[in-house]
Design a protein around this ligand. Sequence first.
Ligand code: HEC
Length: 105
Amino acid sequence: MDLGSWGIPARLESGADEPVYTLEQKGRLTYLAVCTGCHAYDGVLHGPSMQSIQALYDGDKSGMVAYINNPERKREDFPEMPPQSYLGAETLDAIAQYILEDLGK
Ligand code: HEC
C-alpha cells in the first residue's frame, strides 16, 4: 500500500519503531525524567542544587560523568546518591553536557 499518496509521512509506515533521539534530546529529557526527581535547579531538594553542581564541575564534563556513574558520599547533610550507570555511557555524557552547557542558560 502506498501511504505516501495519502499524505502520511513515510516513517509512520514502518510501524512501532523506537523514536530516534538526538544526543541533545537524550541529555535534556533524561535529566528531566531522572535527575529532577532529586535535584532542583536553584534550591536544595533530596540532593544539592544544580546551580551549585554547575559551579563545582564547570568545564569538567568527564568529572561529572565519573561521579554520576559511581557516586561517593561527599556531604554530611545529604544521603548518598544512587549510581546512574544503568543509563549507559552515552546518555550520562549527554546529561553532563546538558547540565554544563544548556541548563538555566
Ligand atoms: C535518588 C536521588 C538522586 C537522583 C535520582 C540523582 N541524584 Fe545527584 N545527588 C543526590 C544526592 C543526595 C547528592 C549528594 C551526595 C553527597 O554529597 O554525598 C547528589 C549529588 C550529585 C552531584 C554532586 C557531585 C559532587 O561532586 O559533589 C552531581 C554532579 C549529581 N548529583 C548529578 C546528578 C545527575 C546528573 C543525576 C541524573 C542522572 C542525578 N544526580 C540524580 C541525589 C540524587
